[in-house]
Ligand binder design. Structure first.
Ligand code: DGI
Ligand code: FE
Ligand code: FE
Ligand code: FE
Length: 188
């Protein structure tokens, strides 16, 4: 298998320096959130390292991988920006030998979210919103909420994505809406 250093070398080679900086920020934030909220920091670190591994792969290559995997073909009907998450999980498994399903799912759902997100899913998805290098309208509010509640922080993150998509008249992946609704139920 790959050591952590080998993994870092292989993943960072597949993206521009700026995206690798983002990944390092997600690693830092995910480990902190894991420690705060009781997820496994080593799994958070591993999922963070790999979460955007396929972000800069050519669209055609992402499409090929999704088509090879029956269960993933529905994603092809939705925004291409969602594809790298599923492909990231497939690549983590097939190319880097990661077999921990919790880690693979945290990678797989880091963009869309899902119903019944695990603690690790939430940590990685939220870390992706609040890592130190992120700068978008509302990010500081999400950071503030994340200090006191994993679910409140994540809900605000998903809401900001949904609002952005609505403002651009883009189609929303149904799982994102389901993830958001499920968090509200958890918070009631
Ligand atoms: O890969 P990153 O830029 O670090 O972050 P990401 O994986 O969360 O986001 C990828 C982009 O996908 C994000 O800017 C919004 C876009 N997107 C398009 N359609 C959807 C979507 N995101 C979600 N959650 N749901 C969608 O339906
Ligand atoms: Fe991503
Ligand atoms: Fe497979
Ligand atoms: Fe990311």
């Amino acid at each position: 298998g790959y050591s952590r250093d080998e993994l870092i070398e292989a993943v960072s080679a597949q993206m521009p320096a700026k995206r690798w900086q983002h990944t390092q920020g997600v690693m830092e934030s995910a480990v902190k959130l894991a420690e705060q909220y009781g997820a496994d920091p080593e799994k958070a670190d591993l999922a963070a390292i790999l979460h955007d591994v396929a972000k800069y792969w050519p669209i055609e290559k992402l499409k090929d991988v999704l088509e090879e995997h029956q269960s993933s073909s529905e994603l092809l009907l939705y925004n291409k920006q969602l594809w790298h998450a599923e492909v990231g999980a497939i690549v983590a498994n097939h190319d880097y030998g990661i077999t921990d399903l919790e880690v693979l799912d945290a990678i797989r759902y880091h963009t869309s979210g899902r119903i019944g997100m695990t603690l690790l899913d939430k940590v990685v998805c939220l870390a992706d919103y609040i890592e130190p290098g992120r700068d978008f309208p509302g990010v500081n509010n999400i950071r503030k909420l994340a200090n006191d509640s994993l679910e409140e922080g994540l809900l605000a993150g998903l809401d900001s994505t949904i609002s952005l998509l609505v403002s651009r008249r883009e189609i929303i992946f149904p799982l994102t809406v389901l993830a958001r609704n499920d968090l509200i139920k958890q918070l009631e």
